[in-house]
Design a protein around this ligand. Structure first.
Ligand code: NAD
Length: 272
């Protein structure tokens, strides 16, 4: 068995939306497993470069570059994959992490806010998964580096399962992601492609800063988390590395909830 910190040796990983938050932690964790990492960003070039520099300084043989791309634009996604393959030779792991929220009560939600969230959170994940699969199939097995032809990890949310009033566009995008992930598994598992999701609960990042930055917001949030702490991006990074590695080879077509028990509906603890 490879050393725990070399589980992705000689493998190339793309992480979308990796200039901050969960994507940043995933990129660093994959880099520490000796993988080559593409730190994708949409606008925050500087943030992405800080992440790539961190990997290049701290990992023994992980090697990171940054690539700009809006995941909701097909031509940009194609260009990102082409640049990755030109630079590193292939893609072995694709972590579709980029995601946004645009919250409104449903009856006030502009079509543009619905569409934008679906474009990034669902269509964006379709576009990167498609390009990854095309490359996996074209390249063929690399038995010396992995037992799988390639690995796709979608970053979903507990809201692929828990409905979310005031966030219907977000919940619909993540619910759609569940079926996208399972359908990819059903279609490509026979080719030895693995496709899974990680569903974070509440993780302390910019996306939910409004909630955790006030004492009241944090108190309310902790009522939803049986484990009684907010998650940190590294909670997701470590699961992503394991899920990308051969240690989880037989896991395919499933969602791993990393949520401190949030999906156990703690509101029913005393009122069931
Ligand atoms: P974040 O805002 O720090 O990260 C989102 C990243 O996606 C940012 O780097 C942003 O620039 C990037 N991005 C946005 N639109 C993009 C586009 N069109 N193309 C490329 N990149 C784009 O928030 P986060 O919490 O780290 O979110 C990461 C993922 O985790 C999202 O998919 C989110 O839905 C999911 N998630 C987060 C939480 C949480 O509590 N933080 C919970 C469940 C799921």
């Amino acid at each position: 068995m490879q050393k725990p910190n070399e589980r992705l040796k000689e493998q190339t990983c793309i992480v979308t939306g990796a200039s901050s938050g969960i994507g940043e932690a995933i990129a660093k964790s994959l880099g520490m497993e000796a993988g080559n990492v593409v730190v994708n960003y949409r606008k925050d070039k500087e943030g992405a470069e800080v992440v790539a520099d961190w990997i290049n300084k701290n990992s023994d043989c992980g090697n990171a570059i940054t690539l700009q791309c809006d995941v909701s634009k097909e031509d940009e996604v194609k260009a990102m994959f082409k640049s990755t393959i030109d630079h590193f030779g292939t893609v072995d792991v694709c972590v579709a992490n980029a995601g946004i929220q645009k919250d409104y009560p449903l009856h006030e939600m502009p079509l543009a806010a619905w569409q934008k969230v679906i474009d990034v959170n669902l269509t964006g994940q379709f576009l990167v998964a498609k390009e990854a699969i095309l490359e996996f199939l074209k390249r063929g097995m690399r038995q010396d580096v992995s037992k799988s032809l390639g690995k796709i990890i979608h970053i979903s949310s507990v809201h692929e399962e828990i409905p979310w009033a005031g966030h219907a566009n977000y919940a619909a995008s993540k619910g759609g992601l569940l079926m996208l992930m399972e359908s990819i598994c059903q279609e490509y598992a026979p080719k030895k492609i693995r496709c899974n999701s990680i569903a974070p609960g509440a993780i302390k990042t910019d996306i939910n800063k409004e909630v955790w930055s006030s004492n009241q917001g944090m108190d309310d949030l902790l009522k939803l988390i049986p484990y009684k702490r907010i998650g940190i991006p590294e909670d997701i990074g470590s699961v992503a590395s394991w899920l990308a590695s051969d240690e989880s080879e037989y896991i395919n077509g499933t969602t791993i909830f990393v949520d401190g028990g949030m999906t156990c509906y703690p509101g029913f603890t005393t009122n069931g």
